[in-house]
Design a protein around this ligand. Structure first.
Ligand SMILES: Nc1ncnc2c1ncn2[C@@H]1O[C@H](COP(=O)(O)OP(=O)(O)OP(=O)(O)O)[C@@H](O)[C@H]1O
Ligand SMILES: [Mg+2]
Length: 336
């Protein structure tokens, strides 16, 4: 690069990101500036008092304006529309869990799919909301995430702020407001350099994860800055993947079985009824949320299959059947 476009020192000094998470936060900001692309959901997490709310507001505020507030999570799908429409970035503070409807809605907001709800006080009028927005969440623990949302998440873990580094909210915000125009300017300079690199990055990438546009953008960012943001995001998502598997009773049961000495060396095959009995007897049926029927079990396995595959466990339909039904196979290949 002839000219150094990166002048984000002020941003790095104000926000408590680490050398690992700073490139990801910058990548998220760049994606938020670029219209019409699926972007990952920035998820700021960390212990109590690690600056999640402050950093979330500052991160969104680079684009939204220095004083744009974070919002409380809406209670229903109907309330999500106005919350989303209120700004460009949908930034929700202090999430303490991830209800299924919100998980679905966030997946749709990431990809820009339409969302239809019945209009208030009518029987047949509907509101169609089509939003594709950058999303940012803060929270200590979202609990068990569904795989489809986890694949769209960009976890940014904040480290505890040492006492000698903690600053008062007043001093921090005054400094942020002074630095804001320069931070935004530096980000836009960086964006111009990254946009110019995008065609080369796209040509160079051979593997693309779920959010392929974002992967190309990070690769272009790495080419401009010399960072390793694409590797960092793969690592961060790997950790999230483990959390998804641990929080999913079917995935946890399958994984425990596949790693146990009783798992057949060449893999297992049989019907879903047999698998339901087998995993149930291994303790599955005593777990909360265990599928009551083989049909539900097969749906849950299909749902979690991509996350299991990334851990070397392949579970799916194979050709053939026996007197009890169609055949499934489970195999385990430990990662090299
Ligand atoms: N980047 C920072 N540098 C120094 N001090 C900070 C920084 N960010 C926040 N603080 C200080 O830490 C305090 C707590 O920050 P904040 O409320 O954002 O944390 P939190 O993780 O959201 O907390 P909670 O878990 O209670 O929601 C702030 O009031 C501020 O004094
Ligand atoms: Mg907070």
């Amino acid at each position: 690069m002839a000219e150094e476009p990166l002048n984000l020192e002020e941003f790095a000094a104000l926000l408590p990101f680490t050398p690992e998470t700073l490139p990801l936060a910058v990548g998220w900001l760049l994606a938020a500036l670029r219209p019409g692309m699926p972007r990952p959901v920035a998820y700021l997490t960390g212990e109590q008092g690690t600056g999640k709310s402050t950093s979330g507001q500052m991160l969104a505020g680079v684009i939204e304006g220095a004083r744009a507030p974070l919002r409380q999570a809406p209670e229903t799908l109907r309330d999500l529309g106005p919350t989303t429409a209120a700004g460009w970035v949908l930034a929700l503070d202090n999430l303490s869990g991830m209800p299924g409807w919100l998980s679905d809605a966030l997946c749709r907001i990431v990809t820009g799919d339409a969302q239809v709800t019945r209009a208030l006080y009518t029987d047949d009028d509907v509101n169609v909301l089509t939003y594709q927005r950058p999303v940012l969440l803060t929270g200590i623990d979202l609990g068990a995430l569904r795989n489809d949302l986890a694949e769209r998440m960009l976890p940014l873990e904040l480290q505890p702020i040492p006492r000698h580094k903690r600053r008062t909210a007043g001093a921090l915000w005054a400094a942020y407001e002074r630095a804001h125009p320069r931070i935004l300017g530096a980000l836009l300079d960086l964006a111009a350099a990254v946009w110019a690199e995008l065609p080369h990055a796209a040509a160079e990438l051979t593997e693309r994860p779920r959010l392929a546009d974002f992967a190309e953008l990070l690769h272009a960012l790495d080419r401009v800055t010399g960072w390793h943001s694409l590797d960092a995001v793969t690592g961060a998502q790997d950790a999230l993947n483990d959390a998804v598997l641990d929080g999913h009773p079917v995935a946890a049961a399958l994984r425990a079985w596949a790693l146990s000495p009783t798992f057949p060396a060449g893999g297992w095959s049989g019907t879903m009824t047999e698998l339901h009995d087998l995993l149930g007897d291994r303790g599955g049926k005593f777990t909360k949320g265990w599928p009551q029927t083989p049909a539900i079990l097969s749906a849950r396995i299909t749902h979690i299959a991509p996350a299991l595959r990334s851990r070397g466990i392949h579970a799916g339909r194979v050709s053939g059947s026996n007197k009890n039904g169609k055949l499934w196979a489970v195999t385990y290949t430990p990662a090299p």
